[in-house]
Ligand binder design. Structure first.
Ligand SMILES: C[C@@](CO)(OP(=O)(O)O)[C@H](O)COP(=O)(O)OP(=O)(O)OC[C@H]1O[C@@H](n2ccc(N)nc2=O)[C@H](O)[C@@H]1O
Ligand SMILES: Nc1ncnc2c1ncn2[C@@H]1O[C@H](COP(=O)(O)OP(=O)(O)O)[C@@H](O)[C@H]1O
Length: 287
């Protein structure tokens, strides 16, 4: 049976500065979230069972802990009492890689089911619901490449010139919570105004510490910077190299040592999820 797939794209943090720590224990960040045209896909068969069922198992994640199931259950009180769904996941993104796969899956679930269950929540309300699932969910709900403040929820759209990225997974899993708990993490980078952003005058404040703990990440960065400006995304472990030309990115990808998995993706200003939502709404308006 052919399914109606909803995209669940990856993101990169083109930079990640840590400005301080909030009373909640969370860290105050600044970042530039670049949405990619590459990621997972989800399909939703809605029904009247009043239950949420994810049909695709992810190794190491219990059904009820999966962010997809948690997102659907969070939205359910806003739908008809008998609203139910069976969800299918086509997983492409490495987990715990700093490219936001789990958060993006949660956002796709919120955005798609808000439409399919006819909940009619606004984008602001969906972003707020999403924030309770994870700091990175709002950026995927809004689906625009953006400059972020706070814990990642204060977003200012920041359209970027077309760019291609080679994203490489060094094959280690880095826990976000663990990185933020390290005492030696730098936490006092001065605030930057978006107008003065450039790749060169920014950095990822987690990169050095992750390289110290995970030599695989350090080795990968050492290899990639010979070819293009490169940096770790989020709290790792994936690393990206930036290109203005898709072929150049593919040429470097072809040279990668076999132990590293990778993909080449285009940076986009509007996420494929928001594009899909717009297409679905336009099609239903025509009927
Ligand atoms: C820092 C980023 C940058 O994109 O890292 P990545 O996860 O993408 O690598 C994200 O904002 C992460 O967002 P997300 O992965 O949703 O994190 P959460 O589940 O909300 O938080 C996991 C844990 O990290 C810590 N945490 C997270 C975000 C933040 N601003 N300050 C923190 O101190 C907290 O200890 C929290 O319990
Ligand atoms: N649908 C999901 N996809 C990926 N990870 C999930 C999902 N649901 C829960 N998780 C949990 O969230 C953790 C972080 O996943 P992910 O968002 O891929 O990492 P990151 O934020 O570093 O990119 C995973 O290690 C996993 O335990």
């Amino acid at each position: 049976m052919s399914r109606d797939w909803w995209p669940s794209p990856a993101k990169l943090n083109l930079f990640l500065h840590i400005l301080g720590r909030l009373d909640s224990g969370y860290h105050q960040l600044q970042s530039l979230f670049q949405i990619l045209d590459y990621g997972d896909r989800l399909a939703f068969d809605i029904n009247r069972s009043s239950t949420v069922q994810l049909d695709t198992h992810i190794v190491g994640v219990a059904h009820d802990d999966n962010l997809i199931v948690r997102a659907a259950r969070l939205l359910k009180p806003h739908a008809a009492t008998d609203a139910g769904v069976r969800i299918f996941l086509d997983k492409q993104l490495p987990m715990g890689g700093g490219i936001g796969g789990g958060s993006s899956n949660a956002a796709t679930t919120l955005v798609a089911l808000n439409h399919l269950w006819q909940c009619n929540l606004t984008e602001d309300a969906l972003a707020e619901l999403g924030l309770s699932l994870g700091a990175d969910v709002p950026i995927f709900v809004r689906g625009r490449t953006a400059f972020a403040n706070g814990v990642g929820e204060e977003l200012t759209p920041a359209p970027l010139a077309p760019c291609w990225y080679l994203v490489v997974n060094p094959g280690v899993h880095v826990s976000t919570g663990e990185v933020f708990s390290l005492p030696e993490l730098p936490r006092n980078t001065p605030a930057l105004s978006w107008a003065s952003y450039s790749f060169e005058n920014t950095r990822n404040d987690c990169q050095q510490i992750v390289c110290d703990h995970y030599p695989e990440v350090a080795n990968l960065l050492h290899w990639l910077v010979h070819y293009a400006p490169s940096r770790m995304t989020g709290t790792g472990a994936c690393v990206f190299a930036t290109f203005t030309d898709q072929n150049e990115a593919s040429e470097v990808q072809a040279k990668l040592p076999a132990e590293w998995t990778s993909f080449v993706a285009k940076g986009v200003n509007l996420s494929p999820l928001q594009q899909k939502l717009q297409d679905v709404i336009a099609a239903s308006d025509m009927n």
